[in-house]
Design a protein around this ligand. Structure first.
Ligand code: HEM
Length: 386
């Protein structure tokens, strides 16, 4: 994404570049940044709520999708019985939860309802100030080029897409298999990471550290390293979502070996029950369909990702300004070590909900740190940017 505020100070056509924002502009940028910060915090919380929803196996309890009136949970016993009856026709109830009581149903219903209501709350907290800041001229003051407004509109579209993606994912679990498609789960989680990363990028564009000292002076090669590292982290996250989607964390609960082997033979089998679904799969689909291999890929790509992040923090340290930038790099290193340890603990303890939810949150912390480092390194090419 290109710079929002890199153009600040050039509002008057033809004027010389002035890196210091004027009073009104600075205040407007802070106002917008604080609002986007609240949205980013809500997305972060949503990731934790989403993880709990999945881990408590609540995600398929709401069979209907009613974007507007669906915010109100059942208020009468009759309505509870109606939604419970709908649930009793789903494959999840038939194959996994037959005999569940209404009281038990209400518990799983809560998490899915909370997840959806929180999603709508994020939509409101984003859309209402967007409209107010747009009409009131705050966005124009924050970015006189007007580009910020279109970027924010793009974010609104991404948010709406995420709601649709969530429903598309849930639908895959209502047909014949009592589990959602791992691909759709990965797409839903991936979109959440994208929205979160873009929010942080926009905030840093608006009020991030300025000037051309520290990391902004780092050689271009370091930025290549950072981009490559981000790519490996994205791949790790993708396979983490595949592990989660296939419940692949409840097998091979040892580390570093899997059942005493580096790669157990079942992880290379193409036939059910070693792969999901009722049909054999082609070999090239194994890393996506065989839970053993999916877990193998995630656990080892994660180590490569962690090594890449630590090497990045190490190399960047020499160029970083003392204070903020060094804190950022130390935090990044600590975040990736913590994330690996959490992943291992989640695995060897058979995926306890608090640890698994913390592992998901840890991935968001890591992505936030990486985005901040990338943003700072990018400044090297743009001496007039913030
Ligand atoms: C850079 C390091 C890592 C990153 C960024 C990462 C990221 C992720 C993500 C995003 C998920 C999906 C979470 C969810 O949907 O709930 C996940 C799941 C998982 N990861 Fe990792 N992970 C890392 C390291 C590891 C390691 C080293 C292990 C263990 C050897 C591990 C084991 C697991 C397990 C068992 C799950 C499934 C948990 C569940 O079912 O909720 N992870 N990981």
């Amino acid at each position: 994404m290109s710079d929002v505020a890199g153009i600040h100070g050039t509002a008057d056509a033809g004027s010389t570049v002035d890196a210091t924002p004027r009073g009104g502009e600075a205040a407007a940028r802070w106002r917008v940044a604080v609002w986007l910060g609240v949205c980013a915090a809500m997305v972060f919380a949503m990731a934790v709520i989403g993880a709990i929803t999945r881990l408590t196996e609540s995600g398929l309890s709401m069979v209907e999708w009613r974007p507007l009136i669906g915010t109100i949970p059942p208020l009468t016993e009759a309505e509870w019985h109606r939604v419970f009856d709908l649930y009793r026709q789903t494959p999840e109830y038939i194959h996994k939860n037959a005999g569940m009581t209404l009281a038990q149903f209400k518990e799983i219903f809560f998490w899915e309802w909370f997840h959806r209501i929180w999603g709508r709350a994020i939509g409101l907290v984003f859309a209402v100030p967007l409209l107010a800041y747009w009409l009131g001229g705050t966005l124009r003051r924050a970015d006189p080029t007007g580009r910020l407004r279109w970027k924010l509109l793009g974010m609104l579209v991404l948010g709406a897409l995420q709601g649709l993606m969530g429903w598309y994912m849930v639908q895959s679990g209502l047909i014949d298999r009592p589990a959602v498609s791992q691909y759709r789960l990965a797409a839903h989680l991936g979109l959440a990471f994208l929205i979160y990363a873009l929010l942080i990028w926009l905030i840093l564009d608006l009020v991030g550290p300025r000037g051309t000292a520290g990391l902004a002076t780092a050689p271009r090669g370091l930025r290549g390293h950072a981009v490559g590292t981000a790519a490996i982290v994205v791949v790790t996250i993708f396979w983490g979502a595949m592990v989660a989607g296939l419940d692949a964390g409840i097998g091979y609960n040892s580390w570093p070996l899997m059942d005493g082997l580096v790669l157990p033979p079942e992880a290379l089998m193409t036939e059910p029950p070693f792969v999901t679904g009722a049909e054999p799969v082609p070999v090239w689909l194994l890393p996506f369909e065989n839970p053993g291999l999916v877990q193998f890929v995630h656990r080892w790509i994660a180590i490569v990702a962690a090594a890449a992040v630590l090497a990045l923090a190490w190399r960047a340290w020499r160029h970083a300004a003392p204070g903020g930038e060094r804190w950022l790099l130390s935090g990044l290193g600590a975040a990736v070590i913590g994330q690996v340890l959490l992943g291992i603990a989640t695995l060897v303890l058979f995926v306890p909900i608090p640890l698994a939810a913390a592992h998901q949150a840890g991935a968001f912390v890591l992505v936030g740190g990486l985005v901040a480092v990338l943003h700072r390194l990018r400044a090297a090419d743009r001496p007039s940017s913030p």
